[in-house]
Design a protein around this ligand. Structure first.
Ligand SMILES: *Cc1c(COP(=O)(O)O)cnc(C)c1O
Length: 394
């Protein structure tokens, strides 16, 4: 089945007269058990264990996991309470003291801060690299490298990584590759097909799409996902709420059509911004002016709705946008039906989140300018989005 069909049908039970057509929301925390079917320890969990306790598995999360696995072309998926719960669960499961993690030096700030501020306290070594540079990734690999984590497109500057090329280098080194594809979604890229071992998503963003539920997921091989469930889900405890899982299932139904509209609208907004005299460094992977547009065309089937730009000598622009925008919300997060914009000061993010060295900081500034506006172009009419930006930019 094609993505538009999977988005609606994957995980849904076969038709049975009298049963609901819609996947039910099951809020129960306990399920009927029997001494012959299940023990009290997570170590007793097998593929055949029925639902037992909602932190281990539950019917609504299971439907979500089946749909995500189908959309990403993976054997299995595991849902979490948030994208950060999914990523921290994957890191802590995969890495132990003495292991080495190679990480995109530009990525979601929460992931960068986890890697730089918390993992080293556990004896895990972290090397940030520019994952748009294949040679830099290869040079960073060491005998102890266990995991390489890349984000493409990378938040907030929309830098891309060549997943197939990185997967080949990582595997020839005996390490694992995880790809955060939150901004691309399974509609745009299929990292597992390109050789990644794990794909992770913040479901809070495009997957949910409506800005009303937090969630995260890891998709990969069934055996790896089963091990991750035992250790990271059951013992760290970041299980998704059934209601959030149900809202995200509902959101996923329209993901393919929303992504098509996000892409069309982002193209129009990019063209408008590129022509605007106050604006600089407009980046959208679908534009021929994006430095990695060829890679985007090779690797992505949809260019998503994320656009970044900077202001030309206009330090007050963030304040003006926050005061003047009406339709576009000045707010964090992304991938919602409603357009959102947020300002990310360069000095703050490179020193407090990314810890970039002087050369990497220079590359970052060359790429995005001084201060980045991260614009999540929504599904409103593009002419209305542009009119709102135009009146606010002044
Ligand atoms: C938002 C985001 C996360 C974190 O997800 P939460 O659901 O907010 O915990 C991770 N990676 C990327 C790329 C994100 O945009």
């Amino acid at each position: 089945m094609k993505p538009a069909t999977l988005a609606v049908h994957a995980g849904v039970a076969d038709p049975v007269p009298g049963q609901p057509v819609l996947s039910p929301l099951v809020p129960a925390t306990s399920f009927h058990a029997h001494p012959d079917s299940v023990g009290f320890s997570a170590n007793d969990l097998t593929e055949k264990t029925p639902h037992f306790y909602a932190r281990w598995s539950n019917p609504t999360a299971e439907t979500l996991e089946q749909r995500l696995a189908a959309l990403d072309g993976g054997e299995a998926a595991l849902s979490f309470a948030s994208g950060m719960a999914a990523i921290s669960g994957l890191f802590l499961h995969t890495l132990k003291a003495g292991d080495h993690l190679v990480l995109s030096n530009v990525c979601y700030a929460g992931v960068a801060e986890l890697a730089h501020d918390i993992l080293p306290k556990m004896g895990i070594l972290v090397t940030p690299v520019d994952t748009s540079n294949l040679q830099a990734v290869a040079d960073a690999l060491r005998p102890t490298t266990r995991l390489v984590h890349v984000e493409t497109p990378a938040n907030p500057i929309l830098r891309l990584a060549d997943i197939a090329a990185i997967a080949a280098a990582v595997h020839s080194h005996g390490a694992l590759l995880s790809v955060d594809a939150t901004m691309a979604t399974p509609i745009a890229i299929q990292p597992l097909d390109l050789g990644a071992d794990f794909v992770v998503h913040s479901l809070t963003k495009y997957a949910c799409g409506h800005g009303d539920a937090l969630g995260g997921a890891v998709i990969g091989k069934a055996s790896a996902i089963a091990a991750l469930r035992k250790e990271s889900l059951i013992h760290f405890g970041g299980a998704i709420s059934p209601f959030a899982a149900w809202l995200i299932l509902r959101g996923l139904e329209t993901l393919p059509m929303r992504m098509a509209t996000h892409q069309t609208n982002a193209a129009a907004v990019t063209e408008f911004l590129r022509a605007h005299p106050r604006v600089d460094h407009v980046l959208w992977p679908g534009s021929a002016t994006h430095p990695q547009h060829d890679l985007a065309r090779r690797q992505m089937r949809n260019f998503s709705g994320m656009v970044s730009f900077s202001a030309k000598n206009d330090p007050d622009l963030a304040r003006r946008l926050a005061d003047r925008l009406k339709l576009v919300a000045y707010a964090v997060s992304l991938g919602k039906t409603r357009s959102l914009v947020f300002y990310i000061p360069t000095e703050d993010i490179i020193s407090s989140s990314f810890h970039l060295d002087a050369a990497a900081a220079r590359d970052y500034r060359d790429w995005t300018g001084e201060g980045t506006f991260r614009l999540s172009v929504g599904i409103e009419d593009p002419a209305d989005i542009i009119a709102d930006l135009e009146q606010a930019l002044g």
